[in-house]
Structure formats: structure tokens, C-alpha cells
Design a binder for this molecule. Structure first.
Ligand code: FES
Length: 149
């Protein structure tokens, strides 16, 4: 990756960290879950409204590092309007991107692909996937706390 692109990616992450999209709690909401990263103790919670099998709205709140906040923010943008099946498929692709060298789905992931750089830092993988695990838990209707491991 050239330096210019890296800088652009850095800016996008910083922007989402500073001005997180869809930050807060949806009231009312149909689904919710909490995410906990045991490595650092950071927690986030997500609320969503499912209409049929479509994610009509999705929000998150909580304290985390820049990577977890930016990832959660970008995730809410990416998943709003998606079906549950599409959201789960995107999570699988995102998980593959941040844990392996397989870049096949970079195009499908769009902006989210910039988080692929965390693959070299296992502890940061947990930051990047924290909100995603919470959404997965919420969709499955499991009220327990989603853990990153
Ligand atoms: Fe806690 Fe990243 S350091 S979520």
C-alpha cells in the first residue's frame, strides 16, 4: 500500500473515531446485545430494529479504542438496510479479511476493507470485530454478552 493511500485510510479511521456515526441507543428497538473485549475490558452495546429480516436501523454506544469505535461506526453504516443473511455474510467476509491474507472480498467490503491492516496484530483483531460480534449475538437473539474470543 502506498503512503498516500495509507494516510487516507488513517484519516477515515480517525474521522469515524472522532465523529462516530449512529452513536447512541435506539429507543425503541427490537434487538440488543453487549460486546466485551476481555483483553482490554472495553465494552460496547448495540441496539437495532429489525423489520422482517431487514436491519432498519442500528446504533452503538460505549467506550473503546479508535479501531473499535471506527469499526463499529463503519459497521452501522454498512449493515443498515441489509437483510440478516447479508449482514451475516458481510461479517464472515470481514472476519476473513481481518484474520487471514485472503483479500478476495475487499471490493465487497468497500470502506471496511481499510481495517484489514489489523490482521498483523491479533489483539487489534478483537478491537475491529467487537461490534460485529455484538450484532451477531443480537441477531441470534442471545441475550448474553458477546465476547471477542
Ligand atoms: Fe479495547 Fe480496542 S483496546 S477495544
Amino acid at each position: 500500500m502506498d503512503a498516500e493511500l495509507r494516510e487516507l485510510y488513517q484519516e477515515i479511521i480517525l474521522d469515524h473515531n472522532k465523529n462516530p456515526r449512529n452513536f447512541g441507543e435506539l429507543d425503541p428497538h427490537t434487538h440488543e446485545a453487549k460486546g466485551h473485549n476481555p483483553l482490554c475490558g472495553d465494552r460496547i452495546s448495540i441496539t437495532m430494529n429489525l423489520k422482517g429480516d431487514v436491519i432498519e436501523s442500528l446504533a452503538f454506544q460505549g467506550q473503546g479504542c479508535a479501531i473499535s469505535t471506527a469499526s463499529a461506526s463503519m459497521m452501522t453504516e454498512a449493515l443498515t438496510g441489509k437483510t440478516v443473511a447479508e449482514a451475516q455474510s458481510l461479517f464472515e467476509k470481514f472476519h476473513t479479511l481481518v484474520t487471514t491474507d485472503d483479500r478476495t472480498d475487499e471490493d465487497v467490503l468497500g470502506k471496511l476493507a481499510i481495517l484489514g491492516g489489523v490482521r498483523d496484530y491479533p489483539s487489534r483483531v478483537k478491537c475491529a470485530t467487537l461490534a460485529w460480534h455484538a450484532v451477531d449475538t443480537a441477531i441470534k437473539g442471545d441475550a448474553s454478552v458477546a465476547k471477542t474470543e
